[in-house]
Ligand binder design. Sequence first.
Ligand SMILES: Cc1cc2nc3c(=O)[nH]c(=O)nc-3n(C[C@H](O)[C@H](O)[C@H](O)COP(=O)(O)OP(=O)(O)OC[C@H]3O[C@@H](n4cnc5c(N)ncnc54)[C@H](O)[C@@H]3O)c2cc1C
Length: 596
Amino acid sequence: MAAYQAPLDDIRFVLFDLLGSEALLQRLGRDGASREILDAVLEEGARFTGNVLAPLNRVGDQHGCTLDPDTGAVTTPPGFRDAYMQFVEGGWSGLASPAKYGGQELPHLVDVPFKEMIDAANLAWGNFPLLSHGAVSALLKHGEEWQRQAFLVPLVEGRWTGTMCLTEPQCGTDLGLIRTRAEPQAGGSHAITGTKIFITAGEHDFTENIVHLVLARLPGAPAGSKGISLFAVPKFRVDRAGNMGERNQVRCGALEHKMGIHGSATCVMNFDGAEGWLVGEPDKGLAAMFTMMNSARLAVGLQGLGLADRAYQNALRYSRERLQSRSLSGAQFPDKPADPIIVHPDVRRMLLTQKALVEGGRALAYHAGMLTDIVEHAGDAAERADAEALLGFMIPIAKGCLTEWGVECTYDAMQCFGGHGYIAEHGIEQLARDARITTLYEGTTGIQALDLAGRKLLQLRGEGLRVFGRMIAGFCAANADNEAVAEFIGPLRDQAAEWQALSEGIAKRAAANPEEIGAASYDYLMYSGYVALAYWWARSVAAAEDSVRDAGFKAAKRETARFYFARLLPRTQAHRAAIESGAAPLMGLPAEAFGN
Ligand SMILES: Cc1cc2nc3c(=O)[nH]c(=O)nc-3n(C[C@H](O)[C@H](O)[C@H](O)COP(=O)(O)OP(=O)(O)OC[C@H]3O[C@@H](n4cnc5c(N)ncnc54)[C@H](O)[C@@H]3O)c2cc1C
């Protein structure tokens, strides 16, 4: 089985040395989040995820969830429910939720590492509480007061869980195609009728109730995405006083059979005139959903990061133990029958790729968590506005790149294991299978790319890119005489200038031909992710040098940064060439001429 131990050392480095969280949180008035509290949460989180969740990862994969077709009840894998009880008793459910509704109101900067640990330990299990967070945010921002009182406390406390019901058979990316109907009823409720598919945690045995947040159409609603409303539909009815009543007309009709995350219940949910309550304004359901998009997308990015880290931990251990062949420069361990495979350049290529993407990706993801705290708590309006623009720009990069890199890293880890990675024994193939979904749900990589290039770059005129450009320029200027990072400053500055020019080029071409944006978007997303990571790697070297870390830690950061700049950052040039080739090579072939 693939082992997992939370990488507390690097997590602390990113939080405290690189991002300076302590000072930041004090400045934001989050005095309750002292270093002692943050450390305690990290330690306890590492214990819970390592001791309770990680051992259940394989169990979940082997057992999966089961459906009783007569009752529609879903049974989760052995141990999952008990782990959830421990999660709730430990107060983990409402870590970053408002104290007013039973949460602990800790900063996102603390919630983000905890999520990474959960995802690394057991992604399938992590999906059950994850979806509750989306429901909590939606109700918090858009619910009426009675809805908040009735639904939020049990959701925050973890006594109930939530779901997000968007997808239908004919409607995936394009939510304008939703057909589920909502008929107004006496008493202010609505009768919800329709079928939703692929619903994560749609049914399970963890809690006494489940609150489905459902997108549906009111009678006479405009066609397309402008006519969609959001409804809270509990499994057991809930009155305005918060009392739970009889079973609602919503039922799990089937469980999907999937490539990975077998322990996560992916449900077909049938709503048959179920009682639902409008959340927010009529026809404004999509806008309500989008307010929680940032946190949901960052959460899935963290899934990619967590799986990549677990895969790397195991590949590293294996590469130190597995003896095959001699080093090209002669035996490194002559007393052994062969050298460990970590001596071979190609194995080091794969290990360093994982290390560079995981540790750099961690900085990128935690920084997004930090921006969320700044957006919510900074006193200065200009600081909030900058953070908001940058967060919006970074979210598709975090979701898109961290999940693509999660797939790459789990496959690289499998390659380090050779054939032993492909068989089930070491648990690596499960990580690769589990990672695959992350580039698909919560908006495919293609959709993240369109969000970045189409909306954040063109519609919002690249404000987030400008803020990031200022950060890079500020770092380069401040470290102009810093010998520790001198070798990275020039390449980083050049790359940032190229990023700006490339962005302007896309904008120009898109003005003449709208297909240009879709043709450039994927490569632009990945290009942006690699430049962002170059910044985080250069900053990591500087932060490590300034810290009290030992020489080994500092050298590891420096050497990994060198690897990153030499071997991964050049990927940008292939992406740049693809972007600059424009739409013509993609759009020339008529659809019917693709062949059979
Ligand atoms: C395990 C699992 C769990 C899920 N959990 C949930 C859940 O809890 N709630 C929920 O509502 N949904 C859930 N989903 C659904 C998931 O969010 C969708 O599968 C995803 O949004 C993509 O939709 P689709 O599968 O219909 O693909 P499609 O929308 O049909 O897309 C197919 C391909 O076309 C591309 N494409 C589509 N439109 C465009 C465009 N305009 N430009 C460029 N490319 C485009 C896509 O990128 C993709 O590559 C889940 C899915 C799975 C598999």
